[in-house]
Design a binder for this molecule. Structure first.
Ligand code: C5J
Length: 286
């Protein structure tokens, strides 16, 4: 249904009228925003438009579906009651000098630029009643959840677990592993520590989402091509519809961000959709 709905909206947004033919009257009504009843070549009954917004549509079971018309590669439809925002690894260790990102030789200032946008996205999601989930890439102090293959790879100036200016690098509870104060989780929001790049690996995220009936995920955070993309692919494989917020994610490498966005949208949203914060919040009316 979501695929059919997205294609109809895409056609309508190009200015086409869409004639629906189906045996399931509820489904047809659900997908229609005007009903014309014709008899003997004449319109005998005509309804007004459903709802107050062209892209908000009721769906089967009474869910209020919202569509982000400008999403790529085609409009993204989601039920806000079954959607969560996941903010990936907006930690000091990736975004401030002296942390893990910098130890790998990266210019962390690029990532600082998205902080106000991520804050606006989080505020909009909270205002719309979407659950907000935060992740932190970090390890236990004894490193028992950090494979040597991860710790010993390459030649960083500081390895995971080494003492740096923000405490031990990527270790839970150390100052560097904390989420930036401007993006601090609100009381009651789930904060997940994850030892891998993907947020589903070795965490209770999947069970948490299943228990709440979440079927769509909005993703933001850093870095686009590593932890964000890995999480989005994990989610896609688990059956979630995923949208990555383009201006609320970034990479140390602009070309990797651009390639990731292109890969996600390619082949008819093979991994998912992308949209801007304004496009998403506009659809949510915030
Ligand atoms: C990386 C992450 N880049 N959060 N972690 O190692 O993307």
């Amino acid at each position: 249904m979501a695929e059919i709905r997205a294609r109809i909206i895409q056609a309508r947004n190009r200015g086409a009228a869409v004639l629906l033919i189906g045996e399931d009257l509820d489904e047809v009504m659900d997908l229609s925003d005007r009903i014309l009843v014709m008899s003997e070549g004449r319109i005998t009954h005509e309804t007004g438009r459903h709802g107050r917004h062209r892209h908000h549509r009721p769906s089967h079971g009474g869910a209020r579906m919202i569509t982000v018309p400008g999403a790529l590669p085609f409009p993204f439809a989601f039920d806000p009651a079954a959607t969560a925002l996941i903010v990936i690894d907006m930690q000091r260790d990736f975004i401030e000098p002296g942390g893990f990102g910098a130890s790998l030789g990266n210019d962390v200032t690029r990532l600082q630029a998205i902080v106000p946008t991520v804050a606006r996205l989080i505020a909009g999601a909270r205002a719309a009643g979407l659950p907000v989930i935060h992740t932190r890439e970090c390890h236990r102090p004894d490193l028992s959840d950090c494979p040597p293959a991860k710790r010993l790879r390459g030649a960083p100036s500081l390895r995971i677990g080494d003492a740096g200016p923000m405490g031990r690098v990527l270790i839970a509870g150390e100052p560097g592993a904390a989420i930036l104060p401007d993006l601090a989780p609100a009381p009651g929001e789930l904060v997940l520590d994850k030892p891998g790049k993907g947020a589903f690996y070795a965490t209770p995220l999947g069970d948490h989402l299943a228990a709440r009936g979440i079927r769509s995920l909005i993703l933001a955070g850093v870095t686009t091509e590593v932890c964000v993309q890995t999480t989005m692919r994990e989610a896609n494989d688990r059956g979630f519809d995923c949208l990555l917020v383009e201006d609320a994610t970034d990479s140390y490498f602009p070309e990797f961000k651009a390639a990731t966005l292109a890969m996600i949208r390619a082949q008819g949203a093979i991994v998912g959709w992308t949209a801007t914060t304004d496009q998403l919040l506009g659809a949510l009316d915030f």
